[in-house]
Design a protein around this ligand. Structure first.
Ligand code: FE2
Ligand code: FE2
Length: 475
């Protein structure tokens, strides 16, 4: 990331340097043009008057002063060699046609000297040959051989004037000119950008550290119920307020957690106490209800504990059948205890009759189911118990009482209590018979499968009885 940022910054600087060089070169060119114009004008003016006319030649280029013919070395217009004729040293020679011959102009090189400049190169060329230069070593060279950054003019006489700078020199000037910008870039990059990057990097590291600490604190909160995140040193001043805020959050959060923990402890204590009270009340209820059931049993001449035995067997059958709903189990328990509570309204003469009941007496006896349901119906939330009490004499084939229900019309809870009641009754003495043995009672009940009980209930009863008799799963 940092490398990419540095690359873009470098590209930007290079573009700036390019435009700076372009501008600098335009300035150089402008300066060359200005010098070139001055020099060209100066040179043209030297030929304007006849001050530099050194001789008059006839039409055949004869010089009568020197008594010499120059037709082989001179020509009309600008001449392209440098050796002087009338002046020693190098000269610029120009032959101008007049009506009866030619005028020979000769300008010594020394006269042009003041125009020289240390950095700029002044050249005068004719036919691609340099005939004047402020660098004497270039005289006679071909103009095309010299690589220059230059401007070109021409005098009225036809001399080509070139003012320029060697390209190498221009490149050196460009470099020196752009050096401050390069230095500026280096300073900017290392002192500011790098410094900023380091700071930024440090800040990212710190923020990652904060996130890590918070995550650890969160895990600790989930696993141990403790929230500790923010007691660590911060080296970046900008992050100090964040640290302070996090510390405050940690402190407040810890206080809240402590408070919640205390409240939870108090709640737990209260719930434990309530559960104990509930258990005590439940036992008291059970004792009262059992006592009530036993009172009725006394009236029925049934030896005590009939109800308790029915409860144990019914609950075991329910367990075998997979009944685990709390309300159902509770209903089976209370229903088993109170199944014959309605006998309280049946005359003792019928209840304790040692011989078989007459049909009329049996009709009265049947009413104990309805009477029992009426007594229990007055207790709110005991609908399931009332159902057991009303239907504990219903038969699987519909031949039972009081409603003649059959099959699944009879609730499972009523079927469970019914079979437990019948077995318990068969194994107890009655005014009209002696108690049957367990095996005899089982055989009697087996004979009732399909009429009084379903196969499923009978099988569950057998398993439950086996468990109770063999002491398995007493709990
Ligand atoms: Fe009964
Ligand atoms: Fe009973």
């Amino acid at each position: 990331m940092e490398k990419i940022k540095g690359f873009y910054l470098l590209m930007l600087i290079l573009v700036l340097i390019f435009f700076q060089i372009l501008l600098f070169n335009l300035i150089i060119k402008d300066s060359l043009r200005e010098s070139g114009e001055v020099f060209t004008s100066f040179l043209s003016n030297l030929f304007k008057y006849d001050n530099f006319v050194v001789s008059k030649l006839d039409v055949k280029f004869n010089d009568f002063n020197l008594n010499q013919n120059f037709s082989s070395i001179l020509k009309e217009g600008p001449n392209d060699y440098v050796q002087g004729i009338y002046y020693p040293g190098n000269t610029l020679k120009y032959v101008k046609k007049v009506y009866d011959g030619y005028l020979l102009y000769e300008i010594p090189e020394d006269l042009i000297e003041p125009q020289q400049s240390s950095n700029k190169l002044y050249l005068v060329a004719v036919n691609n040959k340099i005939i004047f230069s402020n660098r004497s070593s270039l005289l006679g060279s071909n103009l095309s051989d010299i690589k220059l950054f230059s401007v070109i003019f021409e005098t009225k006489q036809g001399f080509k004037v070139i003012v320029g700078m060697p390209i190498v020199k221009v490149i050196i000037f460009d470099f020196l000119f752009s050096l401050p910008l390069v230095l500026l870039f280096v300073v900017f990059y290392y002192l500011i950008f790098k410094k900023y990057s380091k700071k930024h990097e440090k800040m990212i590291t710190s923020i990652n550290e904060v996130v890590k600490r918070l995550d650890e604190a969160n895990q600790s909160l989930i696993e141990n119920g403790k929230f500790e995140c923010c007691k660590y040193d911060v080296s970046i001043p900008e992050l100090v307020p964040l640290k302070t805020v996090l510390e405050n959050i940690e402190n407040n959060f810890s206080k809240i957690i402590e408070k919640q923990r205390n409240i939870a402890k108090e709640y737990k204590k209260a719930i434990d106490e309530l559960e104990i009270v509930h258990e005590v009340l439940l036992n008291k209820d059970l004792e009262l209800i059992t006592a009530l059931a036993e009172t009725v049993e006394l009236k029925d001449s049934v030896t005590g504990n009939h109800s308790k035995k029915v409860v144990d067997l019914a609950l075991e059958i329910a367990k075998i059948l997979g009944v685990n709903d709390k309300d159902e189990i509770e209903a089976i328990m209370y229903g088993a205890i109170l199944h014959d509570i309605g006998k309280i309204g049946i005359p003792e003469s019928i209840l304790n009759k040692p011989s078989k009941l007459t049909p009329e007496e049996f009709e009265i006896m049947k009413k104990h189911t309805i009477l029992g349901e009426k007594i229990i119906q007055s207790i709110p939330g005991w609908d399931l118990v009332a159902d057991i009490i009303r239907h504990h004499h219903e038969n699987y084939d519909g031949s039972g009482y009081p409603d003649g229900l059959s099959g699944d019309e009879i609730s499972l809870r009523a079927q469970i209590v019914s079979i437990a009641d019948v077995f318990t009754a068969l194994t107890e003495d009655r005014p009209y018979r002696k108690a049957l043995s367990i095996d005899e009672a089982i055989e009697v009940i087996r004979g009732m499968v399909g009429t009084k009980f379903s196969e499923e209930i009978f099988n569950a009863f057998l398993k439950a009885l086996d468990r109770l008799l063999n002491g398995v799963d007493k709990g």
